[in-house]
Design a protein around this ligand. Structure first.
Ligand code: FEO
Ligand code: CA
Ligand code: CA
Ligand code: CA
Length: 660
């Protein structure tokens, strides 16, 4: 038997009990009818736009009938006195007042409904070989000067900028009174159980409560009380010289395993032999109050320390605050925080501490379609002194090791989490995992190059949903595939994998290509979904998407999905939309493509759904592409000038809701 056949056999054994197997066999007689139903259903999605074709070129593309206007780019002024971007004169002082690099998360916080608001944007990391002349991807860490490193530090973090809708479209207001840059050098404070912990103290901060800066800010979330959570993700690449102190911890987090930044040359806190605890002060969700430019950002340690992709906030039926967050590394976990106290809009002061006191849990996906949430609470199960956890601070600083010990399910790189507020369903992007060899039901493919999306169904309770339930159910929503090799669904499903084929081929032990196995797995998962009364996973409508990353829901409840990795198969990354219920469920359609070398990230909507903000992150980030010879000079296309990561505002030309 091939590896894939063995894997498939195990999967089916685990997921189809004998009873359901018999039930499945009895469905075989009616099998031919399923694709026909799907063919009809494919016509009735709620999406009102034509798909944009696959592209791979120097610019972006949006669906017909839409305009995608550049709103702000790296180096544009954010603060009132900041200079305009000048690629020949960039400095840390200029950058400190300008829009940062590699925009990721966006959120629109209204000042005046849908026409004036604050755009809050993360800046995840820097690509010095595309920002500065004379270096390439391999030698950048050696070649970056101190002045350039300090530009990079100021180009990380977060931007708050006022924007306004005019007759000419959306524009930034560099004189906005809330405008702010938060960077890798902005003083932050620490909240929650790890504040002041002995392992949070460094030579520069004996209190363990005052951290310089936030960086690796990937995606995030917004709270009901009007603050933003920025997620510190890939902090491991910023450090060097791992010492014996904190060895187990640093190894578990991959700290200093691969150093991709030069900052350690110029700032001792990135040299671990001098500051072994510095990494413990990063890898948190950081709360920012965008309506108060003087407010200190607060690292909320109760929500755990790991490579936070995002922090997706929802209110439980009893108004307790729930935050979902994925740990975006291969074989890492999905987490959930539930606050002890309830949100109360009349108690602004108390809401400020809702993220300091609560229970963090980690997900264990069972093959029977349930998710068990395992609390990471000091004293619970193995989380005791005997295993090196003297208090809750230790549990949170070493969240990953705590999650290992309680037996959480290793996932295929959890990226964003989305909560559809009308259905209470929770969507988790598992972007890919090319190193998986042992599958489980929630991560059903070895060498998972294209990722998938899992859907959690949360029980209804009162007028809301019980996101704090100990157990919820789950199913596969969508399986990613190679979009360049995408037979059009539903014919593909009909031709390649009618329901009878899975069991028939399995019974025969027929040899199958990898692609064939993928097809069959998809069908197996769809069958399992049906057993639970769900529709299960589909191929996307006009083909497929690969490597799902960020999510947004529009006001109609449609799920918007960005990708990060389609360039692996030679096409640009994209933004797709799909219904989550009804006949268009899990039938994604491509709406927007990035220029080459970029990923699409941070989609968000105005409350009326008429503007979609989306980020083009790291344009021209390709293996040999540099400042001097970039693969695209998007969006300026000025000879000599580098590409610039940018936020676009997308609107329908007739002014209607985006996607309808
Ligand atoms: Fe920063 Fe997981 O993407
Ligand atoms: Ca991401
Ligand atoms: Ca990325
Ligand atoms: Ca990604």
């Amino acid at each position: 038997m091939s590896e894939h056949e063995t894997e498939l056999g195990h999967l089916i054994q685990r997921r189809l009990s004998r009873r359901s197997l018999l039930k499945g066999l009895s469905m075989m007689a009616a099998g031919a009818a399923l694709p026909i139903r799907e063919a009809a259903a494919a016509e009735r999605s709620s999406l009102g736009f034509d798909a944009v074709p696959l592209t791979f070129d120097t610019t972006h593309h949006v669906a017909p009938g839409y305009r995608a206007d550049r709103l702000i780019s790296w180096g544009d002024p954010v603060l009132a006195k900041a200079p305009a971007y000048d690629y020949k004169a960039q400095s840390a002082a200029r950058q400190a007042g300008q829009f940062g690099y590699n925009n990721d998360f966006t959120a629109y916080l209204p000042l005046e409904g849908n026409v004036r608001g604050l755009l809050c944007v993360n800046h995840e990391y820097t690509d010095p070989q595309l920002m500065f002349p004379g270096m390439d991807r391999k030698n950048a860490v050696d070649k970056v000067t101190e002045a350039q490193a300090r530009v990079e530090m100021e180009a990380h973090g977060h931007t708050v900028i006022e924007i306004v809708k005019t007759r000419q479209g959306w524009q930034t207001r560099p004189d906005g009174k809330y405008n702010r840059r938060i960077t890798a050098t902005t003083p932050c404070s620490v909240g929650g159980p790890a504040a002041g912990h002995r392992r949070m103290k460094t030579p520069d901060d004996p209190t363990g409560r005052r951290v310089l800066g936030t960086f690796a800010n990937c995606s995030g979330g917004t709270t009901p009380w009007g603050t933003v959570l920025t997620a510190e993700e890939n902090i491991d690449f910023y450090f060097i010289n791992a010492p014996a102190a904190e060895k187990q911890n640093h190894e578990r987090y991959g700290i200093a395993k691969l150093t991709l930044f030069s900052w350690h040359k110029f700032d001792r806190r990135f040299r671990l032999d001098e500051a072994p605890n510095e990494p413990n002060r990063h890898g948190w969700l950081v709360e920012i109050d965008p309506y108060d430019p003087t407010a200190t950002p607060i690292k909320r340690t109760a929500l755990g320390r790991f490579a936070h992709e995002s922090g997706t906030v929802t209110l439980n039926h009893d108004n307790r605050v729930v935050v979902y967050s994925g740990d975006d590394k291969r074989f890492e976990y999905l987490y959930r925080y539930v606050s002890k106290h309830a949100y109360d809009p009349t108690k602004a002061e108390r809401n400020k501490t809702l993220l300091d006191d609560g229970v963090l849990s980690v997900a264990k996906f069972h093959d029977d379609g349930t998710v068990e949430w395992l609390p990471l609470v000091h004293g619970y199960g193995p989380l005791t002194e005997k295993n090196g956890f003297a208090d809750q601070g230790d549990v949170l600083i070493e969240t990953r090791r705590a999650a290992d010990l309680v037996g959480a399910t290793q996932m295929d790189r959890p990226e964003d989490v989305g909560v559809e507020e009308n259905s209470g369903r929770v969507y988790v992007a598992l972007t890919n995992n090319d190193q998986r060899t042992t599958t489980n039901a929630a991560n059903p493919r070895s060498k998972n190059d294209h990722g998938h999306i899992v859907e959690l169904t949360v029980p209804r309770r009162g007028r809301g949903f019980d996101h704090a339930a100990k157990t919820v159910s789950w199913g596969l929503f969508l399986l990613g595939q190679d979009p360049t090799n995408a037979p059009r669904a539903p014919q593909y499903i009909a031709a390649a994998a009618p329901p009878s084929t899975t069991l028939g081929l399995l019974a025969l032990g027929a040899s199958k290509s990898k692609r064939g196995v993928d097809t069959l797995l998809d069908d197996g998962e769809r069958r399992l979904g049906k057993q639970r009364g769900e529709i299960g996973a589909h191929f996307t409508e006009d083909g497929v998407l690969s490597c799902p990353d960020n999510f947004a829901f529009d006001p109609s409840g449609r799920l918007w999905i960005t990708t990060d990795g389609q360039d692996k198969v030679g096409v640009a990354d994209s933004l797709y939309a799909t219904d989550t219920s009804g006949p268009g469920r899990a039938k994604a359609r491509r709406f927007f493509n990035a220029p080459r070398g970029a990923e699409v990230s941070g989609p968000s909507f105005t409350p009326d759904g008429k503007t979609l903000f989306v980020c083009v992150q790291h344009p021209a980030q390709e293996r040999t592409s540099t400042f001097d010879a970039p693969s695209t000079r998007w969006p300026d296309f000025v000879d000599g000038a580098p590409p610039r990561p940018s936020v676009l505002a997308i609107e329908k030309e007739d002014g209607g809701p985006v996607g309808s």
